[in-house]
Design a protein around this ligand. Structure first.
Ligand code: PLP
Length: 800
């Protein structure tokens, strides 16, 4: 049967769209035009747009079924998808139809659009990368499914109270999510705890994983893929009627609450191990549900396990889903009764692992005791994998006990813990870093022992971002100009075409138009004077990213203008955006100090028209899309050797911001491509920073010898900014783990060059255009193409 025959084609004319909208309002929303609220209109619009994607989805699924392709499965604990409405309008070709239809029904499109809440199911870069890769997979027609967790509460909402970060819950789906398709009948069962009996693992607790999916449309193609998100539910029998009848209401639902807690909240910290059992439960919950789903899908068209690695590649987005490796071993050995060696050979050819960090404290480990209690069979399997690994190490490096100790999946001191990164490297056929420098550092430091054992396993895939979301949707004005400059909008599917803009950098009329669009974006943002340079640092707060360095620069500028306002030079608005993990006190102190400095400058009439600091709260994808088009200067100032890649740096360069940065992460590649003359480089490089760290680093010597630095720190220490932030200054003077003071002078001097360059607007605009023209490499489409040729080896399936 041709599955497509039964589908009603959906209209593409204004009349048809309006008719569908009305019909959905009546039949699916169950209301009328007269009584419909804006929320009704929003949800009805979402359904009407979603239907158009769902029809393509049905055809995609049929084509995939028919071709029985090799699948890419992406496992990620986080997806920072961003707002859905605008994107789905664009991808379904209804951007013009929708507002017109809404208006004829009497609704304001702006009011309706404002109700679109972004699903904040991620922390930052790692979760946004996952979203960009899914977008590009669909755009390149690759059969792919993303798997994740449908957290009830996403990343917290940040507010400021007296300058201090306070966290509010993000109940993003409180009203329901009109974009998702729940499939409660497709549940999977997940076990925890229990014991190992003669028949194998007998779990002591069982929960259901209930899936729902969101549609992931490709751009400029018919393909629509999905991301499948799991939600934990109590197994139905867990309601205790006896207790309920006896008036013990809380006790009656205790088990249900415990089960549902598993998908209750996204952990708001992606860089350190929270050491919480619930997080480990989340990880296993994701892995167990997803693998069963993957196996179920494999079985639609295949019968022989030996075909599994040819039909399936499972990409682990960092170590959070690493339990998939022992879980697949368990399914194959315990449930499918395969021989251990046979199963291991399948597993080793199925998984690949992306590492996202260089911070040793961010390499995940779990206490052996906890893992053994929660997942006794998995711990046993990890021990068996470890035996084989260590046997291989011993035979390759006889007598090298230290190497055996370093490579073991089990850390012995100070506490026995399972090293998830080592497990991920051992159980996969490919391991990649996310920028050239990062991948080099992984094989020379973090995974040096593993690279010596299995050199061919390691590769690099430099991150990228979606040009649809971060240029076309975020910056429609500039996008139109780019399309007119290039004579076509083909760049949206092949971003390397941006290089065609390079000659236009020499065209004064085009430069004028470029400036006009950028000015419009600044006016639309509405923060600060549109004539001032907008200098932005937008990213999670972390000491290694060094917001504190930017802050010292701001204080220095403030001192200069107070001492000598006539000679201040270029007016600037400095914009900070970002959240700190709730328990990361040092980062929260920096936030509080930034807000205090902003207030002091705001209150000083001398600063008026010269310097302003703004810090809009709750940096997320929605806000990123507003700030990035308006930014003139992009701050990428992490201590060299700490930032794996960064993707904010790419978004900003693509939109024509100039970068001031260290040689860290993907900054290195951005500078190579846009040209050293169009990039403001400063600071220690990775070897120099590592050498200084390893020596007897004394931050106070920099304080003693640099008057401006001393003045900035003294101001903080003396309480000049509402008496807050002394702990920030103390920490810099006493320890300065990330070499802020060592890089201060180089940074401030480079900022003076930035200001001088800004004075020549023609030259600045030229550099801006060249940044965009030469950043086409940083498309996530190119990233996916690299994953395909280096790791995934999957082919497109196009709809006829
Ligand atoms: C791109 C993005 C990030 C990552 O920013 P980096 O500067 O690479 O750390 C974080 N959060 C949001 C909302 C983003 O859009």
């Amino acid at each position: 049967m041709d599955l497509r025959n039964g589908l009603r084609p959906l209209g593409t004319t204004p009349d048809e769209f309006q008719r569908d909208l009305l019909s959905n309002l009546y039949y699916r929303r169950g209301t009328t035009v007269e009584s419909a609220s804006a929320q009704d209109a929003y949800e009805t619009l979402a359904l009407t747009v979603r239907d158009r994607l769902a029809e393509r989805r049905a055809r995609t699924a049929a084509a995939h079924y028919e071709s029985n392709p090799r699948w890419v499965y992406y496992l990620s604990a986080e997806y920072l998808l961003g707002p859905q409405l605008e994107q789905n309008l664009l991808y379904s070709g209804t951007t013009e139809l929708a507002p017109a239809a809404l208006k004829t029904l009497g609704f304001s499109p702006e009011e309706v659009a404002a109700l679109d809440v972004e699903p904040g199911l991620g922390n930052g870069g790692l979760g946004r990368l996952a979203a960009c890769l899914l977008d590009s997979l669909a755009t390149l027609d690759i059969p792919a499914v993303g798997y994740g967790i449908r957290y009830d509460l996403g990343i917290f909402k940040q507010e400021f109270d007296n300058g201090e970060q306070v966290e509010r819950p993000d109940d993003w789906a409180f009203q329901g999510d009109p974009w998702e398709f729940p499939a409660p009948d497709d549940w999977q069962m997940v076990g925890f705890y229990g014991f190992l009996g003669p028949e194998g693992w007998v779990p002591g607790e069982v929960v259901h994983g209930e899936p729902s999916h969101l549609l992931i449309p490709g751009y400029g193609t018919e393909t629509v893929n999905i991301v499948r998100l799991w939600r934990a539910r109590a197994a139905r029998a867990s309601f205790d009627l006896r207790r309920f009848s006896a008036g013990q209401y809380a006790e009656a639902v205790e088990e249900a609450v415990r089960a549902e807690n598993i998908s209750k909240v996204l952990y708001p910290d992606d860089s350190t191990d929270m050491g919480r059992e619930l997080r480990l439960k989340q990880q296993y919950f994701l892995v167990s549900c997803s693998l069963r789903d993957i196996v179920r899908r494999f079985r639609f068209r295949n019968a022989d396990w030996d075909d599994f690695p040819a039909k399936t590649v499972i990409q682990l987005n960092d170590t959070h889903p690493t339990l998939a490796i022992p879980e697949l071993m368990r399914l194959l050995v315990d449930e499918e009764k395969l021989e251990w060696e046979h199963a291991w050979s399948l597993v080793r050819r199925t998984f690949a692992y992306t590492c996202h960090t260089l911070l040793p404290e961010a390499l995940e480990t779990w206490p052996v005791d906890m893992l053994g209690r929660l997942l006794p069979r998995h711990l046993e399997i990890i021990y068996l994998i470890n035996e084989a690994l260590l046997a291989e190490v011993r035979s390759r490096f006889p007598g090298d006990l230290d190497r055996v100790r370093r490579m073991s999946l089990i850390q012995e001191e100070p506490q026995r813990r399972v090293r998830m990164a080592n497990l991920a490297v051992t159980g996969t056929f490919a391991v990649n870093g996310v920028a050239e420098l990062h991948s080099q550092l992984l094989t020379s430091t973090t995974f040096a022992d593993f690279a010596a054992l299995w050199p061919d396993r390691f590769t690099n895939v430099t991150n990228g971002v979606s040009p649809r979301r971060f240029v076309r949707l975020a910056n429609p004005g500039l996008s139109t100009l780019i399309t007119s400059g290039l004579g076509s909008d083909a760049w949206l599917r092949d971003l390397s075409l941006l290089s065609g803009l390079a000659p236009l950098a020499d065209d004064p009329a085009f430069r004028e138009q470029w400036r006009t669009e950028r000015r419009h974006a600044k006016e639309a943002l509405g923060l600060g004077d549109p004539g001032a340079m907008l200098d932005v640092m937008i990213k999670r707060f972390h000491e290694y990213k060094r917001q504190q360095l930017k802050l010292l620069h701001v204080i220095t500028l403030y001192h200069r203008l107070r001492d000598n306002p006539e000679r201040f030079g270029v007016p600037r608005t400095v914009l900070f955006g970002g959240k700190a993990a709730p328990a990361y006190y040092a980062a929260k102190s920096i936030i509080r100090l930034i807000n205090a400095v902003a207030a002091a400058i705001e209150a000083d009439p001398k600063a008026y028209g010269l310097l302003r600091v703004v810090f809009p709260p709750n940096y997320n994808v929605t806000l990123a899309e507003k700030i990035i088009p308006a930014a003139d200067l992009s701050e990428q100032i992490s201590m060299a050797g700490k930032e794996a890649s960064g993707t904010g740096n790419m978004k900003l360069a693509l939109n024509g911001a100039l970068t001031i940065g260290t040689l860290d992460g993907a900054n290195v590649e951005i500078r190579d491509r846009v040209g050293a003359g169009n990039f403001f480089l400063f600071g220690l490089d990775t070897p120099a920073a590592a050498a200084l760290r390893a020596s007897d680093y004394r931050p106070r010597t920099y304080y003693d010898s640099d008057d401006e630095l001393r003045a900035a720190l003294d101001a903080i220490l003396s309480g000049a900014f509402g008496g807050v932030g002394q702990e920030v200054a103390h920490s810099l003077l006493d320890r300065d783990e990330y070499l802020t003071l060592a890089d201060y002078r180089s940074y401030v001097d480079k900022q003076d060059e930035v200001a001088a360059a800004w004075e020549d607007q023609e030259h600045w605009t030229r550099m801006s255009i060249l940044n965009t023209a030469n950043s086409g490499f940083f498309s996530a489409d190119r990233t996916v193409a690299d994953y395909l040729s280096r790791i995934w080896h999957a082919s497109p399936v196009r709809l006829s």
